[in-house]
Design a protein around this ligand. Structure first.
Ligand code: S5P
Length: 263
């Protein structure tokens, strides 16, 4: 059964997931912008420009060539101004102790500002424990990589099933998955899908792209993650409005077709 975001906000045990479900409904957007920009000024201008259209801003903070604490200060200010959450796409993948240090320490101090982070489950549950035990923001949510968008990736069905098992075992911390489709039937689990473009089918480095309706309606994912199709466009705001509208329409269609099929 597919419930609305508001219904699902009542079922999660994690405050960040709850916030995200409610903010999606309030702003009517399931668009996550992937801001893979390498200059602080470009990142901040992009975030300020498209902020009203998105529920999440996804960063790769370590690709900035001119990182400073000021960037984080400005990003968090923008997230409050435009009401979106911050997702640092760090894809932790090491043993628990190292992942914890990478999350908490160094120059980026991700644990102090990111609402959402993600991790590969390859090292086993220690990575989740390490991230969970870190000091930093009290409200935090973890997404597990359950599937990937790149052609030839090594994730198997069995691996995906393990990710779902781990999400259940840490239901207060793990809020969902990075995946190509809905993989878990638990309504509290969020599904976020990258590899979205209305034009391109792939890039030169094995990324594969699908359409919004395929992802949100047919594959029943919740949130589209869109990078180059937005920030490389000559008018990112116009583009973001279009992706947002299409993403929300596909979600609304899914909820209402579900309603009719069950009534
Ligand atoms: O399987 C994945 C998982 C992620 S998080 N495939 C991905 O492409 N991503 C990320 O989504 C990737 O790191 C990049 O930041 C974004 C896709 O960017 P685009 O420019 O191809 O839309």
């Amino acid at each position: 059964m597919s419930l609305s975001f508001v219904d699902r906000s009542k079922l999660t045990k994690n405050p960040i997931a709850k916030k995200l479900f409610l903010l999606m409904e309030q702003k009517k957007t399931n668009l996550c912008a992937s801001a893979d920009l390498t200059k602080a000024q470009d990142l901040l201008e992009f975030a300020n420009n498209i902020g009203p259209e998105i529920c999440l801003l996804k960063t790769h903070i370590d690709i900035l060539e001119d990182f400073s604490d000021e960037v984080i200060h400005k990003l968090t200010t923008l997230s409050r101004k435009h009401q979106f959450l911050l997702f640092e796409d760090r894809k932790f993948a090491d043993i628990g102790n190292t992942a914890r240090l990478q999350y908490e320490k160094g120059i980026f101090k991700i644990a102090s500002w990111a609402d959402i982070i993600n991790a590969h489950i390859l090292p086993g549950k220690g990575i989740i424990e390490g991230l969970l035990q870190s000091n930093g923001k009290k409200e935090k949510g973890l997404l597990l990589l359950a599937q990937m968008s790149s052609q030839g990736n090594l994730i198997t069905e069995n691996y995906t099933a393990k990710a779902i098992e781990m999400a259940h075992a840490y239901e207060e911390f793990v809020i969902g998955f990075i995946s190509q489709e809905k993989v878990s039937d638990h309504p509290a689990h969020l599904h976020l899908t990258p590899g979205v473009s209305l034009q391109a089918k792939s890039d030169s480095l094995s990324q594969s792209y699908r359409t919004i309706d395929d992802i949100i309606f047919s594959s029943q994912s919740d949130i589209i993650i869109v990078g180059r199709s937005l920030y490389m466009d000559k008018d990112p705001l116009k583009r973001a409005k279009m992706y947002r509208k299409k993403g929300w329409e596909s979600y609304a269609k899914r909820i209402s077709s579900n309603f009719h099929s069950h009534s």
